[in-house]
Design a protein around this ligand. Structure first.
Ligand SMILES: [Fe+2]
Length: 263
């Protein structure tokens, strides 16, 4: 007998992104939210190049990997539901090449008022975002913006190192030097295009952002007061991704959950 497939409340499906509302049963969302509040949190450090010094503070908990699941805590609830989705959703192959994942990460990001995540793409991976906060109003903003696939030149933050430049920061392990101050030229094509899709951080909503799509998150508006935008996020590596993203083909997950290159 054919296995019964779960139904998903798909509210948008484009080449750039997939949006599913009411993704988790409320009890599952509550368990995850309960767990992450007693996780280990830190402020994102200044050498994480996905943020700029002008973006405001943001915070994150420890990173968990699907490959190491189960952890024996309530974040297992996420892996259980998200694995089921990745394995069963009928159009997953449109976003995860070949339709089969090898591994993915799970980490919360928390944005208080005035914080944002500037325009970027995610190093060649499809990523997901799940809004785990319980309440959000449209004017609190912190909206995900995405330009249409292929409408701007290929975007990456990698820079060439000049002779004599030594790489010291946290991307050294991955042999991936990332630009920090010189992004004016790359951002120019985005303002030249200047149109695209918006997705609001509606509670219990899942978003898949297509690999190589360029996207950004606007600031949490002061109207949000002491409400924090809290997400579960991660990159999804499909089976065989090492042949596609050759720059990171030798990457491995270390004991502490960080990613490095095999020596
Ligand atoms: Fe991203």
């Amino acid at each position: 007998m054919e296995k019964e497939k779960a139904m998903y409340n798909v509210v948008m499906r484009t080449p750039e992104c997939l949006v599913i509302d009411d993704f988790l049963p409320e009890e599952a969302q509550d368990k995850i939210l309960n767990q992450v509040q007693v996780d280990e949190w830190e402020q994102t450090q200044g050498d994480d190049k996905f943020w700029h010094y002008t973006d405001g503070a943001n915070y994150k908990n420890q990173k968990r990997w699907q490959g190491k699941y189960p952890y024996g805590d309530n974040c297992d609830v996420w892996f259980e539901h998200f694995n089921k989705f990745l394995n069963e959703y009928e159009h997953i192959g449109d976003y995860v090449e070949g339709g089969k994942f090898e591994d993915y990460a799970m980490r919360c990001h928390a944005y208080p008022v005035n914080s944002k995540n500037p325009w970027h793409s995610d190093l060649g991976f499809t990523t997901y975002t799940y809004y785990v906060h319980k309440d959000w109003q449209i004017n609190w903003d912190s909206t995900l913006l995405i330009v249409p696939m292929g409408s701007v030149p290929e975007y990456s933050q990698w820079i060439e190192l000049m002779e004599g430049t030594k790489h010291y920061d946290s991307y050294k392990e991955l042999r991936s030097p990332m630009e920090m101050f010189q992004q004016k030229e790359k951002f120019q094509s985005l303002i030249d295009k200047g149109v695209g899709t918006f997705v609001s951080p509606k509670p219990n909503r899942l978003v898949l952002i297509q690999k190589n799509s360029v996207h950004g998150i606007t600031r949490v508006d002061p109207d949000a007061g002491d409400n924090i935008r809290v997400t579960l996020t991660g990159a999804i590596g499909e089976v065989g991704w090492r042949d596609r993203v050759t720059r990171l083909a030798d990457a491995e997950i270390k004991e502490d959950g960080k990613v490095g290159i095999k020596k």
